[in-house]
Design a binder for this molecule. Sequence first.
Ligand code: ZN
Ligand code: FE
Length: 254
Amino acid sequence: MVVELNVDVIPVWDDNYVFAVRLPESVWIIDPADFSTVDGYLKSKDLTPTTILNTHHHFDHVGGNEDFKKAYDLEIWANVNDKARIPGHTKAVTPGQSYLLDGVNIEVIDVPGHTIGHIAYFLPDHKILFAGDTLFSLGCGRLFEGTPAQMLSSLSLLKSLPSETMVYAAHEYTLANGKFAETVEPENQDLRLYLQQCQDMRALGQPTIPFNLGHQELCNPFLRTSVDRVQEFAGPLHCEIQVFGAIRRAKDSF
Ligand code: ZN
Ligand code: FE
């Protein structure tokens, strides 16, 4: 039997999202950026956190780890290959392996690129992906540590998940990403429609997270490096890695 769960989206600071996964007898926090905001939210709902899942070492993802550890008896998950950079970690997980937590299957996916030790958490029975800073709505993470080749292969791993998967990304970047995406593919009607919907949601103060994975293949330029129009934008290049690299650089200076 599949354990029922709900995911709450907790906005932190300007554009970070922290997620609280509520299960019958436990509560997970994905990437607690900040203790007081997240703890205040949990207290307001009478929730006690039991596990923290970290995607990567950046401060806006692990900033609350130590304070949560002091305040609660909880487990903190980190990539075994990058645990030295994850403060307070208590459990090292191995990319490529599956884990059972509170009766829920979790696949740990290796997605280097934004950082070298970045991992994503996929819940196959719920079709939920916690993508950290790897895949955003209409965009992808900056390459702080990895190469275009690494990020492209990380994104194609994520692309291979079931198309109905809902993606929980860690930042509200959709509108800015969409503006750039429109310069890459001005004629893309799926992109235009989706961006309009997202603008309406933002105008109402709603998050554009989570979003559908399969739909991103129609409108996210970083998942469309095999498409002619996207390759034209990138210029006369030879392989998808170069196309991806060119688009990523163009976005960095957009
Ligand atoms: Zn980051
Ligand atoms: Fe981040």
